[in-house]
Design a protein around this ligand. Structure first.
Ligand code: ADP
Ligand code: MG
Length: 663
């Protein structure tokens, strides 16, 4: 053992002056290191030995820029560390230092080759170059044949050799090893010692912490530490001398090389971040899939809500556009005086007046009856069978109304019965109503009860034509249900194309020349805003639910990712130790969130489109789905994905490498 102090002729690469490290509050500080003076020169192989808890790891963490001293001055190649920015410290750890810890901190879900490349990935080295260096490093530690094996399938000795290869691949100037053989048997210990010695012979400075005398004996110099103090305080070379050395040294300041990062390197780093995010997602595929599913439901609903309201309003506009050409509806104004004799004959008279006008093709009559008054049921009332209240429309119409609605009624003879049922009421059912009441087809004995009277069912509306409400209606003949004072009969007028506007002016005059204001005429344009409003309400409801789903997806992704950050503490610490910047760490998680959200958004987009198509098909609508609907889903997924990752990313980037690396 030679306890050589550094000879004055050599320049100290690392220089500690009065270094102290205190833990605990300011009122009760406990010293892990105290008044440490130490110089380590380029090319040395130094062992630091001492009992457990003596401060060895603390010292190494300060030397390796994983921790900051509370006291004293630490300079690297003459540059004061306390004046360095975080970025410079990251750069030094990445470019100048190599680390091997007691726990190998191998990433268990990644291959040996990918593990060995981690330091180079942090540096943003190109893929081809990276592969070459990794191959050399693995060959050197005898692990090349295990390059494709996952970290979790390596033995303890192999993992530690892999950690060494990871450090070697970056060609560090100084290698820090904290109990590298602490978990190894004697055979593996010997191989690690041999590796360290060989490395030292190539000029790499080695600082190894150990309590194993065999490892310590391999070093040029042993430094004993006990209770935070060096056992044999070292005499530092005089600062004046160091300054002279610095002056004539011509050795570049390590921090000078901190050049601005090139675009290419940045791109490489970005690609690696994306790859890291992908790798971490695929290694937890089940969980990732669940999260993607959650985002998919949210964005899918969003796409569907936009698509459905687009399709619905297109559908309505189509109908309205059609109707605007050839339809007018006339009814009594609220202010209009109710004629005492509003019987069917009077209505027919008014209808005839409209029919006589030029441009009128046909006039249908329609009265909406109050279901509360007529109480339509399937079963005779008072027989103890309870039924849900009928929610559809109860209409009294003439056959012309069904004709101009282009409704298809089976059997066709039912239309004639509607107008002339010899004073006895008959009913035609919309097909939805028929299905609900359990009347599959027309036949003898099929009847319903209206206002306590049995009414035979004579037909079923198979297709509602231009009047969708007919599908869910009970239709009675208007002659059997003359309008009462509270009803307001509606004249639905089919016109020649282009006639609705002029007829709208003429019809009130034709009905009552003295008081045309007693009648109101609606052209379809008046109805448009109302129908649109209804559709927008539906779309709004679906989109509110979708946003809620997305918020839930976001929350569960955030929770799951936060938990992941906790379980990956040691990996994050390792990346920080290897010089990955805080922002890169954060970015890695942001990318993870982005990928999950984007995946969910894309799947949701597809799901939403399919949903809209299926719905429109079932409704016989023309599906309308602008590209913006799909983009909304994808963008919403991506944005919420990134949002979910924000807090976990911040938490990860704040991790303290010195703390986590001890574990
Ligand atoms: P060694 O590596 O020699 O076993 P360490 O450097 O890990 O010892 O620890 C030196 C002393 O500092 C120990 O007493 C330890 O309990 C204390 N110590 C280390 N880290 C912390 C910390 N984060 N907070 C409080 N005390 C700490
Ligand atoms: Mg230790």
């Amino acid at each position: 053992m030679n306890m050589l102090a550094p000879s004055p002729g050599r320049i100290p690469l690392l220089r500690l002056e009065g270094i102290g490290r205190f833990y605990g509050g300011a009122d009760l500080p406990t010293a892990a290191l105290q008044d440490v003076n130490l110089e380590i020169c380029e090319g040395e192989f130094v062992a630091i030995i001492g009992p457990s808890g003596s401060g060895k790891s603390t010292l190494l963490n300060i030397l390796g820029l994983l921790d900051r001293a509370s006291d004293g001055k630490y300079s690297i190649n003459g540059a004061d560390v306390s004046r360095m920015a975080e970025k410079q410290r990251d750069w030094l750890r990445s470019r100048m230092f190599g680390f091997v810890f007691q726990a190998s901190h191998v990433i268990v879900d990644e291959s040996s080759a990918r593990n060995a490349a981690l330091g180079l990935r942090v540096q943003g080295v190109r893929h081809v170059e990276r592969e070459l260096e990794v191959t050399k490093a693995l060959l050197r530690v005898g692990l090349l044949h295990r390059a494709g094996v996952l970290g979790k399938n390596l033995s303890g000795g192999e993992r530690q050799r892999l950690a060494l290869a990871r450090a070697l691949a970056t060609k560090p100037r100084i290698l820090f090893a904290d109990e590298p053989t602490g978990n190894l048997d004697s055979v593996n210990t010997q191989s690690v010692i041999a590796d360290l010695k060989a490395l030292n012979r190539t000029g790499v400075t080695i600082v190894v912490i150990t309590h194993d005398p065999i490892v310590a004996a391999a070093a040029d110099r042993q430094i004993v530490i006990d209770d935070g103090r060096l056992e044999k305080p070292e005499a530092l070379g005089s600062p004046a001398l160091a300054a002279v050395h610095e002056h004539m040294g011509g050795r570049p300041d390590p921090t000078e090389a901190l050049s601005p990062t090139s675009l290419w390197r940045r791109l490489n780093l970005l690609m690696d971040d994306v790859c890291d995010a992908l790798a971490s997602l695929t290694s937890r595929a089940g969980k990732a899939l669940l999260l993607i599913l959650a985002f998919m439901l949210g964005s899918g609903g969003l796409v569907a809500s936009v698509g459905l309201s687009q399709s619905a309003s297109a559908q309505v506009s189509e109908r309205l556009a059609e109707a605007a050409l050839d339809e007018v509806q006339a009814s009594r104004s609220p202010s209009g005086v109710q004629p005492a004799n509003a019987d069917i004959a009077a209505l027919r008279g008014q209808k005839g007046k409209i029919e006589d006008l030029h441009g009128v093709v046909a006039v249908g009559l329609r009265v909406e009856l109050a279901t509360s008054e007529f109480r339509p049921t399937r079963f005779q009332p008072n027989r103890g069978i309870q039924e849900d209240d009928f929610a559809g429309s109860l209409l009294a119409v003439d056959s012309t109304f069904l004709d101009i609605s282009q409704a298809v009624v089976e059997p066709a003879s039912a239309l004639a019965l509607l107008d002339n049922s010899f004073g006895k009421p008959v009913a035609i059912l919309g097909h939805d109503t028929a299905a609900r009441l359990g009347i599959p087809s027309v036949g003898p004995g099929q009847k319903i009860w209206i206002g306590g009277q049995p009414v035979p069912v004579v037909g079923i509306v198979q297709q509602p034509g231009r009047n969708p409400v007919l599908a869910d209606s009970i239709i009675l003949g208007i002659s059997a249900y003359p309008s009462t004072a509270s009803d307001n009969p509606l004249f639905v007028v089919r016109t020649l194309p282009g006639f609705p506007a002029p007829l709208a002016d003429v019809i009130p005059l034709a009905l009552d020349a003295a008081h045309p204001e007693h009648f109101t005429v609606n052209t379809v344009a008046d109805l448009r805003s109302l129908r649109k409003g209804v559709n927008n309400d539906l779309g709004l409801l679906i989109s509110v639910i979708s946003w809620l789903l997305l918020a839930l997806a976001c929350l569960s992704a955030a929770t799951s990712m936060y938990l992941t950050v906790q379980t990956r503490r040691s990996e994050i610490a390792l990346r920080r130790a290897l010089g990955m910047s805080r922002s890169s760490i954060g970015r890695m998680f942001i990318f993870e969130g982005l990928l999950v959200g984007l995946g969910g958004g894309l799947a949701g987009g597809a799901l939403g489109v399919l949903g809209v198509l299926a719905f429109c098909l079932s409704q016989q609508w023309t599906p309308v789905l602008g590209p913006e609907a799909v983009w909304t889903g994808v963008a919403a997924g991506a944005v919420t994905g990134v949002l979910s990752a924000t807090y976990p990313a911040i938490a990860a980037s704040k991790a303290d490498p010195a703390q986590a690396i001890r574990a």
